[in-house]
Design a protein around this ligand. Structure first.
Ligand code: FES
Length: 109
């Protein structure tokens, strides 16, 4: 398990990137809903593993009820990462098992 950030680092109802990789690209995206955090690999299944965020730490659509890919607008369910609208319909983001303990967020990378 790798420590990714604190729970307070993620706005409730919002998102955050974690684990910066090459060229500063975050390898993981996190979405918080209350005390629950969902984590996915920051690769869109549609095209060449493109990163999803449209700017630093912003991975959600305007309504904040779906994860959105900035490249071609695919929308993914927060709960399981399945694409509901877009060119990769039916495909899914790769989930990361997340544990929140003592206000810290850990991921099984
Ligand atoms: S790369 Fe994500 S929708 Fe095309």
């Amino acid at each position: 398990m790798e420590r990714l950030c604190t729970l307070d680092d993620i706005p409730d109802g919002g998102s955050k990137g974690a684990l910066p990789g090459s060229r500063g690209r975050d390898q993981v995206l996190l979405v918080r809903q209350g005390g629950r955090v969902y984590g996915y690999v920051n690769n869109c299944p549609h095209y060449d593993r493109a990163p999803l965020g449209w700017k630093k730490d912003e991975f959600l659509n305007g309504a904040k009820d779906r994860i959105m890919c900035s490249a071609h607008g695919a929308l993914f369910r927060i709960e399981d990462g399945t694409c509901e609208i877009g060119p990769c319909l039916g495909q899914a983001l790769i989930p990361i098992r997340i544990t929140v303990e003592g206000g810290q967020v850990f991921g099984e990378i």
